[in-house]
Design a protein around this ligand. Structure first.
Ligand code: GTP
Length: 597
């Protein structure tokens, strides 16, 4: 295809503003998929994504569009992940296209995520076509939202296209705008091959499928190609475009987007952002900006039933085939036995992976407190990355501790602003900026990531009744007065409950944790002290009173079925318990003890 007849674009939108619905419409109206094959929301492949209403893995589709000027154009849509945890993947996808549709719900306005992603698009040098979706809704206010886009994002929205992805209104105008307003890609067919790895996923029949955008040169079926970051060499067994079904193609030239396979075993062998070239006569200049995936949130995952450890290992290895962005290594905990220390791109990523392990592999898991990576500066000059509070070195060896800080952007209707400021302040935040666009406030905070990984999203949602939107980016590592707090149950430290905390907040956190554990741990036949301690010093304490009677005693021995039922109930309740010395701690205690409400 000639460059002038190609348009590559992504869709930037806040969750629920209609990105998937619009993509489906574009596919449908250009006849890319026959009506009867049209599944609702085709681009969101995985069930979990659908249930949670988020797009995790980038996907793409190639559309053929006969434009009003009489020419037929190839439109390549790259579907980018919508969530903040995947900011790096978004930035790479943006580098692979020349323009973006900015979709804003005309009944809502610009949200924090829209903002973060549109800035990425602007950074990538995109031409941006604003689209106002959901104008069929009575609550739609396209004129107000146009102003909102201009105020908040600072781009011209006077020609924003009013559409309804639901009814199809305005879709032909969107297709024309893509052709007329977005630039064609550039590239040199005769230069050495240079293509960007945009995404990859595991297909049970084909093995690893790699999506690329060709910058220069031509890739053909049968070529020997090299991944410049890893140095690995593969043969191109299959070359195809996604319509969105795979359709084989003999070659891909500059400006084109497609997929190839080449007996790659695991997704881990492919790196988003890597440059692909020919093994022989390839380029020696990789594309700039490559970064390896860096997990920022860590937690331990343990099977509730120690016998399930091998199953957990299998499940994690299978999942890892398809998701290269989490890390895992075996961990042993005195309290929880054998499990894994896992690293994730963010909290949502953690939840998604944990959910998939539990649901798809039918495992009962204990998740320990999410933790960030602290930098421990030792007196002897060594700097250690601390992924697990349990590995904290002896305090006498420690010179100082640094923690990651983030810049959070929160957009919220002004009636909730006070609560949001208080929440950020409570989490050791430093306000950077506060501006208004109409009745919505936009506030920026410098916050410790460690304070955000517990239950910040949940708290933010609840104090704003769901009206706030949130996004963040990493700022830097900074020193603070941080200590490790341990929890002792019946005088025994429970390593899975230890956390890193700011010294000034340790007493308060310790008290809350002890109080919660007092409620979460059932009574036993003996008294159980629950204590929080720093070093050897106890800073908070609660006591769980002893239980007096056997629960079956009140059945008077007479009614056997009732007694059986009661015992069964007790047994079921026990299923999710773990034994610590003489004490049984229920699974949910490990997460609930850490919530800060
Ligand atoms: P993520 O995949 O979570 O990022 O969401 P999304 O932005 O892709 O939104 P999606 O297309 O899933 O749409 C969100 C909801 O809005 C769905 O219930 C759609 O049916 C609805 N919706 C999308 N477009 C329109 C529209 O034009 N009008 C109306 N009334 N509803 C729409």
């Amino acid at each position: 295809t000639e460059l002038k007849n190609i348009r590559n674009f992504s869709i930037v939108a806040h969750i629920d503003h209609g990105k998937s619905t619009l993509a489906d419409r574009l596919i449908q109206m250009t006849g890319t998929v026959a009506e009867r094959d049209m599944k609702a929301q085709m681009l969101d492949a995985m069930d979990i994504e659908r249930e949670r209403g988020i797009t995790i893995k980038a996907n793409s589709v190639r559309i053929e569009y006969p434009a009003k000027d009489g020419e037929t154009y190839i439109l390549n849509l790259i579907d980018t992940p919508g969530h903040v945890d995947f900011a790096y993947e978004v930035s790479r996808s943006m580098q692979a296209v020349e323009g973006s549709l900015l979709v804003v719900d005309a009944s809502q306005g610009v949200e924090a995520q829209t903002l973060a992603n549109v800035y990425q698009a602007i950074d990538a040098g995109h031409e941006i076509v604003p689209v106002l979706n959901k104008v069929d809704l009575p609550a739609a206010e396209p004129e107000r939202v146009k102003e909102n886009i201009e105020d908040v994002i600072g781009i011209d929205a006077s020609e924003a296209i009013p559409i309804s992805a639901k009814t199809g209104l305005g879709i032909p105008e969107v297709l024309e705008a893509i052709v007329q307003k977005l630039p064609a890609p550039t590239g040199d067919r005769n230069a050495p091959l240079k293509a960007m790895l945009v995404d990859s996923w595991y297909d049970p029949y084909l093995g690893v499928v790699v999506m690329i955008r060709v910058m220069d040169g031509v890739i053909k079926k049968g070529d020997r190609i090299k991944m410049m970051q890893t140095g690995a060499v593969y043969g191109v067994d299959k070359l195809a475009v996604l319509k969105p079904k795979m359709v084989d193609i003999p070659e891909l030239g500059p400006g084109e987007i497609g997929i190839w396979t080449g007996s790659i075993k695991q997704v881990r062998d492919t790196r988003v952002g890597d440059t692909i070239t020919h093994e022989k006569k390839g380029t020696d200049k990789p594309l700039p900006g490559f970064k390896p995936a860096q997990p920022v949130v860590f937690c331990g995952l343990f099977p509730v039933d120690a016998n399930d450890f091998e199953d957990l290992r299998d499940a994690i290895e299978k999942l890892a085939l398809n998701d290269a962005s989490f890390s895992y290594e075996m961990e042993t905990s005195a309290a929880l036995g054998f499990g894994f220390r896992m690293g994730f791109l963010g909290l949502l990523h953690l939840e998604v992976v944990r959910d998939r392990l539990e649901r798809e592999y039918d495992l009962d898991l204990i998740t320990t407190a999410p933790s960030v990576v602290f930098k421990i500066h030792l007196r002897d000059g060594e700097v250690r990355d601390l992924h697990n509070p349990a590995d904290m070195p002896d305090l006498t060896l420690v010179e100082h501790i640094e923690e990651p800080r983030i810049k959070a952007t929160i957009m919220v209707p002004d009636e909730y602003l006070g609560d949001v400021l208080k929440l950020c302040q409570d989490r050791r935040g430093v306000q950077l900026n506060l501006t208004y666009a109409g009745t919505r406030a936009m506030v920026e905070y410098d916050l410790p990531l460690a304070e955000v990984v517990f239950d910040f999203y949940d708290r933010l949602k609840s104090v704003t009744k769901g009206y706030a939107s949130f996004d963040y980016q990493m700022l830097e590592y900074r020193e603070d007065n941080l200590v490790k707090m341990s929890i002792l149950v019946n005088e025994e430290p429970v390593d899975a409950l230890s956390i890193m905390v700011h010294r000034d907040r340790a007493e308060a956190r310790g008290r809350v944790m002890c109080e919660k554990l007092k409620d979460l741990i059932p009574r036993h036949m003996f008294k159980i002290p629950v204590q929080a301690a720093i070093g050897g010093r106890v800073i908070a304490r609660e006591t769980i009173a002893a239980m007096r009677k056997d629960v079956t005693a009140k059945c008077y021995g007479g009614d056997a079925t009732r007694k059986r039922k009661l015992l069964d109930k007790q047994k079921a309740g026990k299923k999710k318990m773990r034994q610590f010395g003489k004490v049984e701690i229920p699974q949910e205690a490990f997460i609930n003890a850490l919530k800060m409400d």
